[in-house]
Ligand binder design. Structure first.
Ligand SMILES: *[C@@H]1O[C@H](CO)[C@@H](O)[C@H](O)[C@H]1NC(C)=O
Ligand SMILES: *[C@@H]1O[C@H](CO)[C@@H](O)[C@H](O)[C@H]1NC(C)=O
Length: 496
């Protein structure tokens, strides 16, 4: 071939080199591929022949790094695949080594795999043709949030910390709170190129902020939705102590009087120390945790009691002056009488409801018995007719419940407990001693049994001073004749 021939060939080659752009893209790649640190990324690449006579001699994957291209993977039909940047050949491979599909697989991904990749086909005629793919490597962060225990203070300081560790790109951290604090964010780049973001929620720590919930929200490209991390604030404060239970009616030879030391605080105080203004406790009192129990009131408790509560933050004491009288304080008794009255009224009310339920069940039972008689044999279960009395208090009983209650025997033998299995419920529902009766309850009580406000009676059952022996109230139902009588009167009427 003469010099003219080679010049012509060169010109032709140059022309063909410029052609592919005008002929349309024949290298099919994806513009962008996103992979996760430690996982695999697949970079598809296919050559589409524009004409049947085009020949591909070699494929090369290149990566652009700091302005110059480096060969990553080469496939030659005779020499096979080679991976200049991955000498061990463990992280980079062709999915199916061939000239048509030269999809590249990289993994486990490192952060420095991120970059611009060129999939280049050496063709004849037509020269080199390539497709460009941007590989983005994400690192999913590990997110945590926790409260920072701080003491009550007038200085703004971090009360909660939210951390999004080892993310790429750095996560965005925000806080949701009604407390009006500020957030301060800091970022640290780790050795592997990931970023750890830390956000402190800052607040002037007050007692009111203790136990409040705030929320840390972490947003990141690798998270399908923002991660929400709730935090319950823990603001430490010293005990707040009060002594309750003094009724201004401590008199000589009274049985059972009790003071209770109530303390709030963070952490909750668990240790209480009782003393008196004149020194150690009198011998007649016993201490059970926060309770100070006086079995028998005498002159030795005519003093000032001090309760001291301690937690990690501080030690706080409060005192209660006790005045021991010679005679009971009748005005004070009126108040406690009201409480007793309220309790009795509550019990009576429950007893009436229980009686109503029993009667209603009995009616149902009777109806069912009649049906049984008519049918001679176990009838299929039919739902009992709606029960007027029990509708509001109880669901319609199921058949086995009805069967289990020995209604008949209790009506025939008056010595048995007329409440049957229902009575324990009434006891459970009885008001506890600290739930003071409402005005209505007190009025109801004074109607029911004014004779019960007798002082001696009070001393025996006064539940204020006898919170520990509260189950004794079960016996009190026997002392209230009303519900029992009522039950029998009504049930007899039924049987007539
Ligand atoms: C938040 O920060 C600003 C400026 O630092 C400060 O003026 C403001 O008092 C802070 N708010 C709270 C609730 O601490
Ligand atoms: C208790 O002390 C007061 C004075 O603080 C006194 O007036 C009262 O009589 C005392 N009570 C008894 C029962 O000693």
């Amino acid at each position: 071939m003469g010099p003219l021939g080679s010049l012509l060939a060169a010109l032709l080659g140059l022309l063909l080199l410029l052609l592919p752009g005008s002929l349309g893209q024949t290298v099919r790649v994806r513009d962008e591929v996103t992979g996760f640190l430690g996982q695999e990324a697949v970079l598809p690449c296919h050559f589409v022949k524009a004409a049947p006579d085009i020949k591909v001699s070699q494929v090369t994957w290149m990566k652009e790094a700091s302005g110059r291209k480096q060969n990553v993977a080469v496939y030659h039909p005779e020499h096979g695949p080679s991976f200049p940047m991955d000498r061990e050949g463990t992280r980079i491979r062709f999915r199916t080594p061939s000239l048509e599909d030269t999809t590249l697989v990289i993994g486990p991904l490192r952060l420095d795999d991120e970059g611009t990749y060129f999939c280049e086909f050496a063709t004849y005629p037509g020269g080199n043709q390539d497709g460009v793919t941007h590989l983005i490597v994400l690192a999913k962060p590990t997110n945590t949030a926790e409260a920072q225990e701080v003491k009550v203070s007038s200085l703004e300081q971090p009360v909660a910390t939210c951390t999004s560790a080892h993310g790429k790109p750095p996560a965005r951290i925000t806080w949701q709170s009604s407390l009006g604090g500020n957030a301060s964010v800091s970022e640290v780049t780790n050795a592997d190129g990931t970023v750890t973001v830390t956000s402190h929620y800052r607040l002037v720590p007050s007692k009111e902020a203790n136990g409040q919930r705030i929320t840390c929200v972490v947003e990141h490209k690798a998270l399908p939705q923002p991660e929400v991390l709730p935090v319950t604030l823990s603001i430490l404060y010293p005990p707040e102590v009060s002594i309750v239970g003094y009724d201004d009616n401590w008199y000589l030879s009274r049985n059972e009087a009790m003071l209770t030391c109530r303390a709030d605080g963070n952490p909750m105080p668990t240790e209480f120390i009782w003393s008196t203004s004149s020194g150690p406790l009198p011998k007649t009192v016993t201490v059970q945790g926060g309770n100070l129990l006086v079995q028998n009131v005498d002159a030795s408790v005519n003093t000032t009691f001090i309760c001291q509560a301690t937690n990690r933050v501080g030690q706080v004491a409060t005192e209660q002056v006790i005045f021991v009288r010679d005679k009971p304080n009748l005005q004070g008794a009126g108040t406690t009488g009201g409480i007793i009255g309220g309790l009795i009224a509550g019990i009576v009310a429950l007893a009436v409801v229980a009686t109503g339920v029993l009667i209603c069940r009995q009616q149902q039972k009777n109806r069912m018995d009649h049906e049984e008689d008519d049918l001679e044999g176990p009838p299929p279960y039919k739902p009992p007719p709606p029960c007027q009395l029990s509708d509001e208090t109880e669901p319609v009983p199921r058949p086995n419940e009805v069967e289990n209650i020995p209604l008949k025997s209790s009506y025939l033998e008056p010595t048995e407990d007329p409440f049957g299995g229902v009575a324990p419920t009434a006891t459970e529902d009885a008001p506890r001693y600290h739930e003071l009766p409402t005005l209505e309850e007190r009025e109801a009580a004074s109607e029911v049994g004014p004779g019960l406000e007798d002082d001696d009676y009070l001393d025996q059952i006064n539940p204020i001073y006898d919170g520990l022996s509260f189950p004794a109230m079960e016996d009190e139902t026997a002392l209230t004749p009303l519900p029992t009588d009522k039950a029998f009167v009504m049930s007899r009427a039924m049987y007539v």
